[in-house]
Design a binder for this molecule. Structure first.
Ligand SMILES: Cc1cc2nc3c(=O)[nH]c(=O)nc-3n(C[C@H](O)[C@H](O)[C@H](O)COP(=O)(O)OP(=O)(O)OC[C@H]3O[C@@H](n4cnc5c(N)ncnc54)[C@H](O)[C@@H]3O)c2cc1C
Length: 274
């Protein structure tokens, strides 16, 4: 879609004061998907040339401008480290309600910053205990846990002019046993509920995260694997009606039912693996 109010597209590297009507531009697949009458100037991040992925013993740093295609290619590389974490990353890449044509352009950072409830990079990054590297216009940086980055449907902790530089996924979480379960009304449809689980070793700490059904990620943690009743007992009050989405893809009560059902599947599958 043409953004007819936009007057300028500038190189994101140029230091310019932030002004009303500015927006960072990554792949543009969310930005150009609907009218944005308030936008006047786009600041193109793709000129920054950040390496998409940096893999070290400590984990993975995913540049905000890394495309879904590049991340998926890494996740599906045979013999690469952290098979469980990579399977979760691949599953989340494939959870977009879009095809490879969009994945070639859409970025990981754009997904986090668009903060849509069915943002699968948000699901992935919360599950794998990610940390966001947030950069201000003056170059100062701050670290924000991904679970705190998205504050609601379409909103994040980013202040005016702040950008997401990268996302760090620690080796410990990538090595732990993790999995995802998802429901959509169509194979390429938008996620109605997406639940992830991660179980640490040796103590067996379990963390379950609900996304897509809710306007922001909801996480519950247990020091060791809970019984079905304990999980349900913690999850239900964490999913109040005002946090659950109500749209053509699903009513709040159905979304809550699915979230709890998928969480139990995640719990029981991870509990079986000693
Ligand atoms: C057919 C189709 C299906 C889609 N399906 C899904 C889906 O299932 N789930 C989903 O979540 N999205 C979906 N999208 C939307 C979009 O493709 C994704 O959210 C994508 O990951 C956005 O990335 P982008 O690089 O294109 O972001 P852009 O469109 O460039 O930017 C999105 C927003 O984030 C801001 N932004 C981008 N990068 C940064 C940064 N580094 N720092 C600060 N702000 C930044 C922009 O200013 C803008 O507000 C779909 C889009 C299409 C066209």
């Amino acid at each position: 879609m043409d953004l007819t109010a936009v007057r300028e597209v500038v190189d994101g590297q140029i230091a310019l004061p932030w002004r009303q009507g500015d927006a960072w531009l990554a792949g543009g697949t969310a930005l150009f998907a609907e009218p944005r009458p308030g936008l006047r100037r786009l600041r193109d991040l793709t000129t920054l040339d950040w390496p998409p992925l940096t893999v070290t013993e400590a984990g993975i740093e995913v540049a905000a401008t890394c495309t879904i295609t590049d991340l998926l290619a890494f996740a599906e590389t045979p013999g690469a480290p952290w098979p469980s974490g990579r399977a979760l990353i691949a599953g989340c890449c494939r959870a977009f309600s879009s095809s490879f044509k969009v994945w070639n352009t859409a970025t990981v950072g754009g997904n986090l910053c668009a903060a849509l409830p069915a943002g699968p990079m948000i699901s992935m990054a919360v599950a794998l205990d990610g940390t966001c590297r947030v950069r201000g216009l003056d170059g100062t940086e701050r670290a924000v846990p991904v679970r705190d980055f998205v504050t609601g449907n379409g909103s994040t902790v980013l202040g005016p002019g702040e950008l997401l530089r990268s996302l760090t996924l620690p080796a410990g979480a990538l090595a732990a046993r993790s999995l995802m379960r998802r429901v959509a009304t169509h194979v390429w449809g938008r996620s109605v509920a997406l639940v992830t689980g991660i179980r640490g070793r040796p103590e067996g700490r379990l963390t379950v995260t609900v996304t897509a059904a809710t306007s922001r990620p909801v996480t519950v943690s247990f020091p060791c694997t809970p019984c079905p009743g304990e999980l349900r007992g913690r999850l239900l009050p964490a999913l109040p009606c005002q946090l659950l989405l109500d749209d053509v893809h699903g009513r709040p009560r159905w979304r809550r039912h699915l979230a709890v059902h998928l969480a139990e599947e995640v719990r029981s599958t991870l509990a079986e693996e000693r």
